[in-house]
Design a protein around this ligand. Sequence first.
Ligand code: NAP
Length: 255
Amino acid sequence: MLTSIAGRSVVVTGASKGIGKGIARVFARQGAKVLVVARSGADVDATAAELGPGASGFAADVRQLPDMEAMAAATVERHGGIDVLCANAGIFPMAKLADMTTDDWDQVMGTNLKGMFLAVQACLPALQRSGRGRIVVTSSITGPITGLPGWSHYGASKAGQLGFVRTAAIELARHKVTINAVLPGNVMTEGLVDLGQDYLDAMTASVPLRRLGSVEDIGNAALFFASDEAAYITGQTLVVDGGQVLPESLTALED
Ligand code: NAP
């Protein structure tokens, strides 16, 4: 049983759908005050309404520093501070290396890597003031541990996040702010459904626990990193993938 985080101020980027919405829902259920952030204003408001009176929406693009500064300011104004930032917004368009354009590369890096940096930097003063600030980054198994054709830019961005986390952990420790990363496997989200049924079937077959992850599976891991009980953990990763990274070969998955 974790100590209650009721009343704490939580910002979740990429929270109008998918994993971010799951993270926001887990925190809202615990009684936290949650800022739901994504680019679509209609979507963030609809998600916040679904989550209940403790949640509110804020439209912002993680690639833009002024948007991230406005997001941090709005959170402080609405909640009185920031205790937890879940830097989750990310995109995963596929492009084979031979065909990848510089724009493809920049879009993925701009959202996944630069967007995470800007969100962290903008929230930092308020996280420091919290005295128990927590940052939880949504990385991936893809890049840090595994590879998948079409995702060299994505894998680089997700592995890059871990390099950021390790150095940021040292810099932020003196302010009692921790930063850790959750590495999801394949999680049922709107973004994953867009990759098609063949992709979903192949991924389910490669998971020892024989199901794709739920968004709450990732939300629960984020909640643990944000808890008082995780106060002495920083710069670390937690893989949440149903065992997907474990098999040495396809035969390992045969009954
Ligand atoms: P998703 O269903 O496509 O949702 C993405 C969310 O991010 C939406 O709320 C989207 O809303 C928002 N977003 C996208 N670009 C943004 C931007 N520039 N600024 C602010 N918000 C933005 O994606 P997901 O599957 O939940 O993935 C979320 C995170 O988990 C990503 O970092 C992804 O790499 C990671 N992940 C996912 C899986 C998986 O299996 N699904 C596995 C490993 C890691 P708007 O479009 O309105 O901005």
